[in-house]
Design a protein around this ligand. Sequence first.
Ligand code: PLP
Length: 394
Amino acid sequence: MKHTDVNFDTACIHAGQEPDKLFGGVSVPIFQSSTFAFEDADQGAARFSGKDSGYKYTRIGNPTNAALEGCIAELENGTAALATATGMAAISTVFMTFLGAGKHAVSTGSVYGPTRTLLEREMARFGVESTFVDSSNPENIKAALRPETALVYIETPANPTLSITDIEACAKIAHEAGAILVVDNTFCSPLLQKPLDLGADVVLHSMTKFLNGHSDVVAGILVAKDAALIKKMHGVLCQMGGTIDPHQAWLVLRGVKTLAMRVKTAMESAKKLASELEKHPKIEWVKYPGLPSHPQYELAKRQMSGPGAMISFEVKGGVAAGKKVMDSVGLCTLAVSLGGIESLIQHPASMTHASMGPEARQQAGITDGLIRFSVGCEDYEDIKKDLFEALDKI
Ligand SMILES: *Cc1c(COP(=O)(O)O)cnc(C)c1O
């Protein structure tokens, strides 16, 4: 059943899912089976030749995984999707499919750390060159293009600076150069941003974050409007082996049912918290796409249907002040990752980005007192009390 005629919140609950044909189970069954029996030799042959689209082996395809893929494809306004074991498995699949010796990629500079390392360190070993630019100005992407550029990769809002890149402008620039545009939509979820509708060729998620939303699964997904792109990536994923496990796929399918409710609740709190923080005497600045002080505020309003649940802010007093806040929060959990139902807080200068060194951090806009806050679904007053009491300890 297609749900293109229903609203997004409804699609989160039903898209890609039908009551099971055997017993009518309302929840999609978990097909925890590595392999699928053939009725006879002819059927086995037909499945391997592609004449019969039935299942063969879970690395190649599984009904529970297919339900999740159908669901997310609809939510992103795509036609096909490919679920993967982690977000990084989705990202490595897209690189292994569209890059190769002699090819070049242009990427947002402040992308998720392992994405940058994958391009800089691993893909480079196979003859792929990459250029990293501040993509909040699309002209920087244009200037970095080469005849051999095959892929433009952007993350918007970016991590942890929350700087925003114009997807539509980047799609135009990439296509004029004969490259594809890939967008990491993890920070928004399809509720708030639909990159495929803005011209992106492939959109991907770490489903570990908002899509699953319960901090209990690692998973990823790739979605496209052009099903041929997904078919190509499926071919690569089958050999690379980063297939999602059916039980994991089922957990994500269950998490997605409450995606709209979770993101809306967290976003309402984030909006209030961001404006309160901006007035706080211990805070230098707040970066949140919903605040007029955000450098790409107008672009955010145009490209996103809401400013999301991620806030970055700078506490006065540098690294020591940042660590003090980390040691003083109680309700807000001191942990990396984001997009869970629980509020998560982290301090990049002493944690995720400590190994970069102060100079490289400064260049990337990761200042010493920067705190990244993933607002959860707890009661707003409880979140505010916990965070503000921690700020008082600085
Ligand atoms: C977490 C994350 C990833 C990687 O996803 P995993 O599921 O941890 O492999 C990629 N991009 C962004 C923006 C992320 O936050």
